[in-house]
Design a protein. Structure first.
Length: 342
């Protein structure tokens, strides 16, 4: 098993290079980068000051000369071939330097680490709720298949699955924040948060957490519940479970001691992959509730063509995703004793 995981860890290196070099190349050829933004801002400023644009270069309406544009390319590293620029960037990443934002001129790592605690907070709470509720609910639906409880809960979870999390967030904001003023309109803390006592701060954070947390959970909640129900029903119909019951084992013990462990295998397969989701969150939900998490930072960076921030987020998310795949294998090996790594 040790040799297997060593090989998997070594495969992280070429996979990481492949992912990052592909996205890095795309960022070089997508229009609207920092140089185009500077030219657009200069043209707007020139038009606003003079009433009409004057030409400084060979192209009509070009506010910057060729020499100025060339200096900008050298400053941002666009004067070098793509592969050369990529390996220069990769060398900085290996030194824990993610570069500087081309939009705000702040270090990328400083911008990211400010958002990590918020994303981790919602991600871990979502994970606890999803697994803590979906597994027992899926078990209850499986053993009570086609009963009133199963039918009613199926209607509820399918309604939740049909509504995207961010749409549910908008509806809840309109209903519970705007119309009835039960919950806040957004943010993570109130304006007077610093003046509150420790207990009041905890209550305030919890008050701001309920609606966005429900929006995070609603989509994954349905998938995980039905996955648990279906896999447990398959296990309950297996010969080894029927044999155990026929030999005198109670139905409850047959479920908990035999069927449950095999039913957790698909759940364990997806567990590690949720690590990157925990950190990245959902930019739509964060946008709706005005939460400054990693998802919103990545979304705004793409809109602003802030490629150093985009690449910095990609570095963290891709590494977490690949480590999550390895953790998924560990979870499967832990749940399924038939798995042997050679």
């Amino acid at each position: 098993m040790t040799a297997y995981f060593i090989r998997r860890l070594l495969l992280v290196i070429p996979t990481f290079i492949g992912i990052t070099i592909m996205v890095f190349t795309i960022t070089r050829f997508v229009p609207g980068g920092p140089i185009e933004r500077i030219i657009s801002d200069a043209r707007a400023m020139q038009t606003g000051q003079g009433g009409s644009s004057t030409t400084s270069g060979p192209d009509n309406g070009q506010p910057l000369s060729e020499e100025q544009i060339q200096k900008l390319k050298e400053y941002y590293g666009f004067d070098k071939p793509v592969l050369t620029s990529y390996f220069i960037w990769l060398a900085k990443v290996l030194r824990a330097d993610l570069g500087q934002s081309t939009r705000y001129y702040d270090p990328v790592w400083d911008m990211i680490k400010e958002r990590i605690p918020i994303s981790l907070y919602f991600g871990i709470l979502s994970l606890i709720m999803i697994y803590g509720v979906c597994i027992p609910l899926g078990m209850a639906k499986a053993v009570r298949h086609k009963t009133g409880f199963d039918n009613i809960t199926s209607i509820i979870i399918f309604m939740g699955y049909a509504i995207p999390g961010w749409v549910a967030g908008v509806l809840m904001l309109v209903l519970f924040a705007s119309n009835y003023d039960v919950f806040p309109l957004g943010g993570l803390v109130s304006e007077l948060f610093e003046e509150m006592s420790p207990i009041e701060k905890m209550m305030d954070i919890a008050w701001h957490t309920i609606l966005p947390l429900f929006s995070y959970v609603i989509g994954s909640f349905t998938v995980m519940t039905l996955l648990m129900k279906n896999t447990l029903m398959d296990s309950l119909s297996s010969d080894y479970v029927r044999t155990a019951i026929a030999k005198g084992l109670s139905f409850k013990k047959a479920v908990l001691n035999h069927a449950l462990q095999n039913s957790l295998i698909p759940i364990a397969t997806s567990f590690g992959n949720n690590i990157s989701i925990i950190l990245m969150g959902s930019f739509l939900i964060e946008k709706v509730f005005n939460i400054n998490g990693m998802g919103l930072l990545g979304y705004e960076s793409i809109l602003d063509r802030d490629y150093p921030v985009v690449m910095g987020i990609l570095v963290i998310s891709s590494v977490l995703f690949m480590i999550g795949n390895i953790l998924s294998d560990i979870c499967v090996a832990f749940v399924d004793p038939r798995v042997r790594f050679k």
